[in-house]
Design a protein around this ligand. Structure first.
Ligand SMILES: *[C@@H]1O[C@H](CO)[C@@H](O)[C@H](O)[C@H]1NC(C)=O
Ligand SMILES: *[C@@H]1O[C@H](CO)[C@@H](O)[C@H](O)[C@H]1NC(C)=O
Ligand SMILES: *[C@@H]1O[C@H](CO)[C@@H](O)[C@H](O)[C@H]1NC(C)=O
Ligand SMILES: *[C@@H]1O[C@H](CO)[C@@H](O)[C@H](O)[C@H]1NC(C)=O
Length: 250
């Protein structure tokens, strides 16, 4: 009788202890069970990425990344340039970029899938980034050796200096250089810069001069199927400019 009441009180005590210790940890457990992946937290912890953090926020790419991490089956890889890397840019470089170009610059540091150091070894170049423009997706090349990973943009090369995080779906690598996509930092072909304005004029002229060139027999036909190449090239310029303007707005 005595022993059974002893064991009963022991049982009650252990149950009580179990419940109290459990209750203490309870609020932690169901809350952030698998702690949500937080790129900002990873970079803040790295303590030398304040410029990149600012750009991620200003361009709202951080929001995009957060939702992608939530839903992407392929994961993401981020190259985070250090503050020192940004300091090495020619003064005012960031300010010469339009806000859309800043978005593309940040997106160029994001790859739309998870690459561990091992998967980089077998990745085939060029590798797609999340940046894109009217010329398509911006790409980079990676070269690896047993203990080194280099990223090449066509403009500059940056060795990956450390791994900040690498666990599917997210890999974050530190780089000592801002990765410069050719599309933003390359020598622009002379025609590219003044293109938008003259292109519109040309496009307007195109159809009129073309219809003038077409014999009267087909002049009534509005459709461009019988029209000379000039129209087509004129309209593809209009189309190209349209797409360019559209992606600019988006
Ligand atoms: C991510 O971490 C940052 C910095 O620690 C914090 O301010 C932010 O609220 C966190 N975001 C989420 C969604 O947990
Ligand atoms: C992530 O997904 C969960 C549920 O699927 C949702 O509640 C949460 O708001 C999402 N977070 C982000 C940052 O999209
Ligand atoms: C990476 O680049 C450095 C020079 O920046 C070079 O010495 C090294 O051989 C390269 N490594 C690989 C794997 O390409
Ligand atoms: C990647 O490498 C290929 C082959 O060497 C080269 O043609 C291409 O321009 C490179 N692209 C970049 C972004 O470096």
């Amino acid at each position: 009788m005595a022993s059974s009441s002893q064991s009963l009180s022991f049982l009650i005590l252990t149950t009580f202890l179990f419940l109290t210790t459990h209750a203490k940890t309870a609020p932690v457990a169901p809350g952030p069970t698998p702690e949500p992946l937080n790129l900002t937290a990873i970079l803040v912890k790295g303590s030398q990425y304040s410029t990149f953090l600012r750009l991620l926020k200003e361009t709202q790419v951080s929001t995009q990344i957060a939702s992608q991490l939530n839903s992407s089956f392929d994961g993401l890889t981020i190259f985070a340039p250090t503050d020192n890397a940004f300091n090495q840019l020619k003064a005012g470089t960031l300010n010469t970029l339009t806000s859309q170009e800043q978005v593309e610059l940040v997106l160029y540091h994001v790859l739309p899938r998870f690459y561990s150091l091992n998967t980089f070894q077998t990745a085939s170049n060029p590798i797609n980034t999340q940046a894109s423009g009217s010329d398509g997706v911006y790409k980079m090349n990676v070269t690896t050796s047993s203990n080194q990973l280099n990223v090449s943009t066509g403009i500059n090369d940056a060795p990956v200096s450390s791994v900040l995080y690498s666990d599917f779906p997210l890999a974050v690598y530190s780089v000592d250089d801002v990765l410069k996509p050719e599309e933003l930092f390359g020598v622009k072909p002379p025609a590219a810069a003044p293109a938008p304005l003259p292109a519109k004029k040309k496009a307007k002229k195109g159809p009129t001069s073309a219809t003038a060139a077409v014999p009267s027999s087909s002049a009534d036909a509005e459709s461009s199927d019988s029209s000379p190449r000039m129209i087509n090239s004129g309209w593809s310029i209009v189309f190209g400019v349209g797409i360019g303007a559209l992606s600019y707005l988006m």
